[in-house]
Design a protein around this ligand. Structure first.
Ligand code: AMP
Ligand code: MG
Length: 446
């Protein structure tokens, strides 16, 4: 064991205006399909297969932890429409614990059954939905995105009906490990009820546990802006389209989570949209920074009940420069070259965008081919590497010193929509999980 198990039921201090007790569904089956043993070990949890199922399929409480799961209360803007009827409708907070560094972590579920917030939903998650979240978290982690982890995925033996999957379709329950499950929408809910005391209590909770080096709500908001700007910038470098950037899917810690109809870019297209129901392209690839800023403005609006307006406005004003700086950092990191200062980095980033737009080089290949700034001679994409935009970009790239790291993987790692379909097929047809497992291995560093 690497760590010691440290239960920490911090959420209870907030009191019962922030959550409702929830009862896990009694599933007909519980088959362990995926688990992150390293993550468990780091939390001091040594679990055999039966333990995984007992705690994360049957939801038997962890020792000295929450005695019952809690469905968290929140509201949110969904596609810019305020919805006061949401909340944890198919998930709950199951346990809280601290890692070796003392940071507070949540184990929360998706697909664990109905709650007071299920509305007309069944409270369930499809197995394909769970598989997609595991894949996204592992790939994004590989790409340097600050994401929740998939702690485990357990198939639950029910038949679900969904409009966006061939139905009946298989069911599962996913447990996530994340730095908080407090969404922007949790603040919006308190502001909606004009409850300043609860807003202050929620802010105190977040400051204490996630922003311990700030003493004010305003200071915390400034850091939320910085972390959110960094997150969305890391998506742009990853070619990740979240798909549903509603305020109820935005974590106060800036950690990316809640993976629904996300997609990864096949090639650069600012209008590329992930969710089939996003008819206006509101959350298209190129609009993600704007969507994040809009979400932060909603959070600011809520916090304005207990914070100084001007400080919140100043923090909002910091979003654009912070975003650009983070974009530089993440692009240079992916390219494995050194910075030459803000202005030159911006010029390089613009040149890459222009080149990728013009060449339409497959996104994962382009980054892989140019890691270290040298250009891979044996790439199948060689035919793309010509033309004015390419020449401009290469000229600028040459000025940046390689970091000297080795390429992150031997082949370009990717997770395109069709690839997910191809690895789901053998699972659906023959319960063959080898393609899924091989895909996860392809995200391991070379
Ligand atoms: P999501 O799109 O997963 O972020 O969910 C948006 C809201 O709808 C949240 O309040 C969810 O808890 C709820 N929800 C989504 N799917 C279901 C479902 N199958 N059953 C119950 N609630 C759901
Ligand atoms: Mg959600």
């Amino acid at each position: 064991m690497t760590g010691t198990y440290r239960p920490a039921t911090a959420i209870l201090a907030l009191g019962d205006e922030f959550y409702d007790p929830a009862t896990p569904a009694d599933f007909p089956q519980t088959i362990l399909r995926y688990h992150d043993e390293d993550a468990a070990g780091a939390l001091g949890l040594k679990l055999d297969d039966d333990d995984w199922v007992r705690h994360f399929g049957r939801f038997e409480a962890l020792p000295d932890n929450l005695s019952e799961p809690l469905a968290l209360r929140y509201h949110g803007h969904q596609f810019r429409q305020y919805n006061p009827e949401i909340g944890d409708g198919r998930g709950f907070l199951f346990a809280q614990l601290r890692d070796g560094g003392g940071r507070l972590l949540d184990l929360g579920t998706k697909g664990s059954g109905t709650t007071p917030y299920s509305r007309r939903g069944d409270g369930r998650l499809t197995l394909l939905g769970g598989v997609r979240e595991v894949l996204a978290t592992r790939y994004l982690e590989h790409l340097g995105v600050n994401t929740s982890k998939s702690f485990c995925l357990i198939e639950t033996g029910e038949e679900l009906t969904r409009g966006d999957e061939p139905s009946p379709t298989r069911s599962a329950v996913l447990t996530r490990l994340s730095h908080s499950h407090i969404r922007f929408g949790a603040f919006q809910r308190q502001a909606y009820f004009q409850n300043r005391d609860n807003l202050a209590a929620l802010s105190d909770y977040c400051r204490t546990h996630f922003y311990p080096d700030t003493e004010s709500v305003e200071g915390m908001f400034a850091q939320v802006v910085a972390r959110s700007a960094d997150s969305v910038a890391s998506w742009m470098a990853a070619g990740f389209v979240h798909g549903v950037m509603n305020t109820d899917n935005m974590n106060i810690t800036g950690e990316t989570f809640d993976y629904g109809p996300y997609r990864f870019l096949p090639h650069f297209d600012p209008n590329f949209t992930a969710a089939y129901f996003d008819h206006q392209g509101l959350y298209a690839f190129g609009r993600q920074p704007e969507a994040m800023a809009w979400n932060l403005a909603q959070l600011a609006q809520s916090l304005s009940l207990i914070a100084e307006d001007q400080a919140l406005i100043d923090a909002m004003d910091s979003f654009a420069p912070l975003y650009q700086a983070a974009l530089n950092t993440h692009f240079l990191r992916r390219l494995q070259v050194e910075s030459r200062g803000f202005d030159e980095d911006v010029t390089l980033v613009r040149a890459i965008f222009k080149f990728l737009l013009e060449s339409q080089t497959p996104w994962p290949d382009a980054w892989h081919d140019w890691q270290g700034g040298a250009g891979r001679a044996d790439t199948p994409q060689l035919h793309d590497y010509r033309g004015a935009a390419y020449d401009d970009w290469l000229e600028l790239l040459k000025h940046h010193t390689p970091t000297g790291e080795k390429p992150d993987t031997e082949r370009p790692a990717s997770l395109l929509y069709d690839e997910i379909g191809a690895l789901w097929e053998p699972i659906a047809a023959d319960d063959d999980w080898s393609a899924f497992e091989n895909k996860l291995k392809s995200f391991d560093r070379a």
